[in-house]
Design a protein around this ligand. Structure first.
Ligand SMILES: [Zn+2]
Length: 346
């Protein structure tokens, strides 16, 4: 009888609303152990083949480690590692890294509209202290606010030539397409940078970003489902478009403050269809196995279960979403397990 009652209850239960994408992606602890590919757009997508940056290196520390947002496309993670070393050589004492992406990207339970396809990273404008931070400090230490919220100008006592050099270095990498900063920071650069000003084109004013800056790289080879962002307008951006930020208009109170954010209502149906496969794909054996240690120590993203998964990984475009059995960085090693088809354009 109990079974009959159960069936009856099932039939009369109202259709469940489709689960929110942020809950599904926010619950993932490990990446999809498949080829690195970004699907969709920075603010509406997901990615596979993610790797992690270690919690600590000689030239960086990951902040808020409990959020588990130190994942990115291998190109993003490799860039951050290189950037941290270059910045140190320039005289910046090391990077404090903020959020990159969740293990499989997607919308987050809190913060950020973007950071969904493994190609965005936040970096603090506060340098890394010379001593090692405790885990409690990494979770709780505050960043230094660099911009006066009333005047939207940087605090001159806090801004240094090293801050300028740090942003210039970040803009120097060809894969970096945009760097988001507070309008006050953009204005400071416009007012003070001499000589080569071409890199200012990549520095884009945006709300927030007053204690950190946001580095965005372009779609990477092999990511056919990755939607490119519009190109930045020519010129250094120190023009009317910047002057607008110093009018009242951008700072008027939101007329509809209770409207839900896109991130909070996005369902799987609003993401690229490949994102379902990204959620179903096998995970690597551990986070450690897909952590990028830089020079000479690439991770080997072997799927935890080399047997076919209960749900087949499926096919995306011409390229199967195959469990990766080799490193995302190194040439394919000679090992006796099936290897993914070579990636086009990479
Ligand atoms: Zn960001």
């Amino acid at each position: 009888m109990a079974a009959f009652v159960g069936a009856f209850e099932f039939e009369t239960r109202p259709v469940m609303a489709e689960e929110l994408a942020k809950n599904l992606f926010g619950a993932e602890k490990l990446p999809a152990a498949t080829e690195p590919r970004s699907f969709g757009f920075y603010s509406k997508g997901c990615f596979s083949g993610g790797v992690a940056i270690p919690l600590e290196g000689d030239t960086w520390t990951v902040m808020r480690p409990s959020r588990n947002r130190r994942w990115g496309h291998p190109a993003m993670i490799a860039l951050l590692e290189k950037f941290s070393r270059d910045a140190e050589a320039d005289g910046w004492p090391g990077l404090l890294l903020g959020d990159i992406s969740q293990p499989r990207g997607g919308p987050m339970l809190s913060g950020h509209a973007s950071h969904q396809i493994g190609l965005d990273a936040d970096i603090w404008l506060t340098p890394k202290p010379s001593r090692e931070l405790t885990m409690a400090e990494r979770e709780n230490k505050s960043a230094r606010l660099m911009v006066d919220p009333k005047t939207h100008r940087v605090y001159d006592r806090l801004w240094t030539p090293q801050h300028t050099q740090l942003l210039k270095r970040a803009a120097s990498y060809p894969e970096v397409e945009r760097i988001l900063v507070n309008p006050g920071i953009k204005k400071k650069l416009c007012d003070t940078v001499t000589g080569d000003r071409s890199w200012l084109r990549k520095i884009r004013p945006f709300w927030g970003h007053d204690y950190h800056f946001h580095v965005r790289i372009g779609c990477q080879p092999g990511s056919h489902g990755c939607k490119e962002q519009a190109a930045t307008t020519p010129g250094d951006g120190c023009d009317k478009s910047l002057a607008w930020w110093f009018t009242e208009e951008p700072w008027r109170p939101n007329k509809n403050p209770d409207a839900p954010k896109a991130r909070d209502i996005m369902t799987m149906a609003s993401l690229p269809k490949e994102c379902r496969l990204v959620l179903q794909a096998p995970a690597p054996v551990s986070a450690e196995a897909v952590t990028y240690y830089g020079n000479g120590r690439p991770p080997v993203a072997v799927a935890a279960s080399p047997e076919p998964a209960p749900t087949p990984p499926g096919t995306i475009g011409e390229t199967p979403l195959t469990p990766v059995t080799a490193s995302a960085f190194a040439p394919t090693p000679k090992i006796g397990i099936p290897l993914p088809r070579p990636r086009p354009g990479n």
